[in-house]
Design a binder for this molecule. Structure first.
Ligand code: ADP
Length: 174
């Protein structure tokens, strides 16, 4: 069974097959985790991203990891929170599913997600955590993949506490 864990840390430091980037539609870098990933990966990443011609919200594209300890980067574009009536929940779920589909296609064993859309894009954290954990656990239980370890990489103690309480609720349901 795949281990689903929440950890506090900097996603750019993780030695996994792939980390997920909360990118924007240009795929040309930005602030937050996107900026941190581009800085740590180095300029090779930007050149590869330029050739991808962007990415729609809810979709995902893959690049190499360059100077990161992670071998690959899966770039997904989360929705900007506009009050919740603009398909945000479905688009956020789609980010997780499309990233996992790529991870399955490439036969990755270890994958790490940041908390997509909950920084500059303003998605309410509690709702986003629920979508993240529900979507990932549903995918893992219903698809063919090689994933052994999926990490929710949290950037604050308060996010970590939320992920951990949702994960323990999930484990009690099983
Ligand atoms: P978005 O635009 O999708 O909201 P942000 O990068 O603004 O993306 O924020 C997404 C989450 O990533 C936030 O919880 C933010 O604190 C977190 N974050 C920022 N830098 C890092 C990092 N180096 N590692 C892990 N998470 C990070």
């Amino acid at each position: 069974m795949t281990r689903l864990v929440a950890e506090l840390g900097d996603i750019t430091k993780l030695e996994v097959d792939a980390i997920v980037n909360a990118a924007n539609e240009s795929l040309l870098g930005g602030g937050g985790v996107d900026g941190a990933i581009h800085r740590a990966a180095g300029p090779g990443l930007l050149s590869e991203c330029r050739a991808l011609s962007g990415c729609s919200t809810g979709q995902a594209k893959i690049t190499q990891g360059y100077k990161l300890p992670a071998k690959f980067i899966i770039h997904t574009v989360g929705p900007v929170w506009r009050g919740g009536g603009n398909n945000e929940a479905e688009l956020l779920a789609s980010c997780y599913r499309e990233s996992l589909k790529l991870a399955a296609k490439y036969k990755f064993k270890r994958l790490a997600f940041p908390s997509i859309s909950t920084g500059v894009y303003g998605y309410p954290i509690e709702q986003a955590v629920d979508i993240a954990i529900t979507t990932v656990s549903t995918f893992l239980g219903s698809s063919v993949h090689d994933l052994e370890h999926v990490i929710f990489c949290c950037f604050s103690e308060s996010d970590l506490n939320l992920y951990q309480s949702h994960l323990s609720a999930l484990n009690q349901d099983e």
